[in-house]
Design a protein around this ligand. Structure first.
Ligand code: LMR
Length: 396
């Protein structure tokens, strides 16, 4: 039977990590997969997460099943973190389910949309996270793009984006990056978010916000402003939340799908459907990461410590942005100030596919094929060599 299967192409993001591991150069630089790295180049477990894990192991008396929608304490804590302490006045309209990471949350959201309106069309930004298209498509949705990034001026193509949204059929699903756009780092301004929310509400389009980097752009509240604004503007929306980056829980697969409904009756139906769909996909989500997040967020001491460490991570990324932008400007004679304005882990360098290969083969610099770099992989000790090597590649 399996001889009929075809070979899978290398994953554009995970393939970079695999290639980096094989490189024996001592000066290699990994700007590939989006994981936070500290001053020593390590991806740490936050102190509060470590403490919560120890507390949980000491206190846990059973590992019996929870339910397909997971840990209710986690679901509520994370929903509050994203929607705000008053849930925008719409707590009763929310259907929540824990999911295996942000990807699991996106998948569960896509399955819910497909259950409600089979074969719906979902629009993603051009460009978007490389996995959005296969992930949403494999739930049975049609995936199309709306204009988003202008790689010449390194800004959002805002007028074309709004014009495109104005043309879409009612009921179309619009995936938006809540903050820290992946792969460009170029977010909408608050005024642009307000204009998008207005079009979505007026044209009866369904927003599906992907929140994978809360706290790593500006801060926890400002990064969630897009979700809070949208929840006031539209009757229905979905939010997929990942705790991979801001809690450092990557491999624990910790995420939440939050569905905002038009009323509490609809929310109760959606909760039942999320449970049914989860049961068919993975039966129940893994417990550990969600139990840790629940513990961190419900302990004032651990929560404060986590927020302090998260603040440090965001500050460090933003300081690396400044160092890289200044060095690139000096080495190339071109203006890279836009790298400082962007937010989150990524920016996309103006490199062709051939130049990305040249950076890897000639300078041992690893990045995604579209020129996306993980800013957290830059460090004060490699930034000079990095900028000079990239300048050579850009001139070559
Ligand atoms: C990334 O964009 O690098 C991360 O979200 C990791 C992944 O799963 O692709």
């Amino acid at each position: 039977m399996f001889e009929t299967l075809t070979r899978v192409p290398v994953d554009p993001i995970l393939g970079v990590s695999a290639a980096f591991q094989k490189d024996t150069s001592e000066t290699k630089i990994d700007l590939g997969v989006g994981v936070y790295k500290d001053e020593a180049g390590k991806t740490p477990v936050p102190r509060a997460v470590k403490r919560a894990e120890q507390d949980l192991i000491a206190a846990q008396t059973s590992k019996t099943y929870l339910s397909p929608i997971g840990n209710p304490g986690f679901n509520l804590q994370v929903a509050e973190l994203t929607f705000g302490s008053d849930f925008g006045g719409r707590k009763a309209d929310l259907a929540l389910a824990q999911a295996p990471g942000g990807s699991g949350a996106l998948r569960l959201g896509a399955e819910l949309i497909n259950a409600a309106r089979p074969g719906s069309t979902v629009y993603v930004s051009d460009p978007t996270w490389a996995n959005h298209i296969p992930l949403l498509g494999s739930a049975g949705l049609k995936v199309e793009k709306y204009p988003y990034y202008d790689p010449i001026n390194n800004t959002v193509r805002f007028e074309p984006m709004l014009d495109a949204l104005e043309q879409l059929a009612a009921g179309s699903v619009i995936v938006l990056h809540a903050c820290c756009h992946n792969p460009t780092g170029q977010d909408l301004s608050p005024e642009q978010w307000a204009a998008v929310a207005d079009v979505l509400a007026r044209r009866r389009l369904l927003p599906f916000l992907d929140m994978a980097y809360q706290g790593l752009g500006e801060d926890l509240d400002r990064d969630a402003a897009s979700i809070r604004l949208m929840a006031k503007a539209v009757p229905e929306m979905l939010v997929a939340v990942s705790c991979s980056k801001n809690f450092g829980l990557y491999r624990e697969r910790t995420g939440l799908i939050a569905v905002l409904n038009a009323g509490h009756e609809a929310a109760s139906l959606a909760t039942g459907q999320l449970g049914r769909l989860a049961r068919t996909l993975w039966s129940m989500p893994p417990d550990h990461g969600a139990a840790v997040v629940d513990r961190v967020l419900s302990s004032p001491e651990l929560r404060q410590d986590w927020m302090t460490e998260l603040r440090h991570m965001a500050n460090r990324i933003n300081s690396l942005r400044t160092q890289l932008a200044d060095r690139l400007t000096a080495s190339t004679g071109r203006d890279f100030a836009w790298v400082k304005q962007q937010r989150g882990m990524f920016s996309r360098l103006p490199l062709s596919a051939e130049q990305v290969v040249a950076a890897r083969e000639q300078h041992h610099i690893y990045m995604a094929p579209d020129g996306r770099i993980n800013i957290a992989g830059v460090s004060p000790s490699n930034v000079e060599r990095l900028a000079e090597s990239l300048a050579m590649v850009m001139q070559g």
